[in-house]
Design a protein around this ligand. Structure first.
Ligand SMILES: O=c1ccn([C@@H]2O[C@H](COP(=O)(O)O)[C@@H](O)[C@H]2O)c(=O)[nH]1
Length: 269
């Protein structure tokens, strides 16, 4: 993030985008889509965030393409957040943790997104494995979709989302870290005044924040600066369709990534 700016490029090979790029909605199309995005992001973006569902829909061969993306990112020293949104009872969670954060797993990424809605502690195997292996997690707190509020804003005196933020903060405080703890949060750039309304202060948060909603979902650089005031230096801003619609040419993709990073940098300064 310090080197390139706060933009994380989402790799979301939607059927409509494959079509717009002149590619078939099959495994060859998936590969011809994902690898140029990886190339464009290496050297211009802070990270990439492959959307696992859009690889899974192509079955085992789709997951093999994801493994190729992960290996290519490792070779290029480009951090990867696997957007898998895993969350299950603890015994099963250990298997998800091994897959996405385990040393030697072909699917291991630098960080994985997790859903805490079976209870924050159910994530324990992934939280512990991330800390042991120097990887990270991003736990869904306030998601960017409008429906999220019906669950995440509930509760008094502390909302569900505020409870998740407090649990993530306590998790990071269990160990000493140089800059930010391994338990990050997902907070949408589209949440408007929800953080203030729910009494959540992200300036005091001790991990990274993954912020979807920029670009295709309508949040602007100014919205990000407003929502994350006091915490912008730890915000990894992610955009998928907003960047990908500039493809297929790698030069145009890279130019858009650089433009976003410049605009975000200006807005955050
Ligand atoms: O709260 C959330 C959590 C995750 N996402 C994911 O981010 C991208 C957003 O794609 P855009 O094309 O930039 O809208 C997508 O993979 C979502 O599953 C999110 O949007 N909101």
């Amino acid at each position: 993030m310090r080197r390139h700016g706060p933009l994380c490029v989402g790799i979301d090979p939607h059927p409509g985008l494959l079509d717009a790029w002149g590619l078939a909605d099959d495994v060859e199309g998936l590969r011809s889509f994902a690898l140029p995005v990886l190339d464009a992001a290496a050297g211009s973006a802070a990270a990439i965030k492959p959307q696992v569902a859009l690889f899974e829909r192509h079955g085992s061969r789709g997951l093999a393409v994801l493994e190729e993306v992960l290996a290519g990112a490792r070779e290029r020293d480009l951090p990867v957040v696997a957007d898998a949104k895993r969350g299950d009872i603890g015994s099963t969670m250990a298997a998800y943790a091994d897959a996405w954060l385990g040393e030697g797993s072909a699917l291991a990424a630098d960080a994985v997104t997790l859903s805490p809605y079976l209870g924050f502690e159910s994530l324990r195997p992934a939280l512990d494995l991330a800390a042991e292996t120097g990887r990270g997690t991003f736990v869904l707190a306030l998601t960017s979709n409008p429906e999220g509020a019906s669950v995440q804003h509930q509760g008094a005196p502390e909302s569900v989302a505020a409870g998740i933020v407090a649990a993530a903060r306590a998790e990071n405080a269990r160990r000493a870290w140089e800059y930010a703890g391994p338990c990050g949060l997902v907070v949408g750039a589209t949440v408007g005044p929800a953080l203030e309304e729910l009494g959540i202060d992200l300036a005091a948060f001790n991990g990274l924040i993954l912020a979807p909603g920029y670009g295709a979902q309508g949040a602007s650089e100014a919205d990000l600066a407003r929502v994350f005031r006091g915490a912008t230096e730890r915000v990894l801003v992610t955009s998928s369709r907003g960047v990908l619609r500039h493809g297929p040419g790698p030069a145009a993709l890279e130019a858009e990534i650089r433009r976003c990073n410049d605009a975000l940098g200006e807005s955050f300064s």
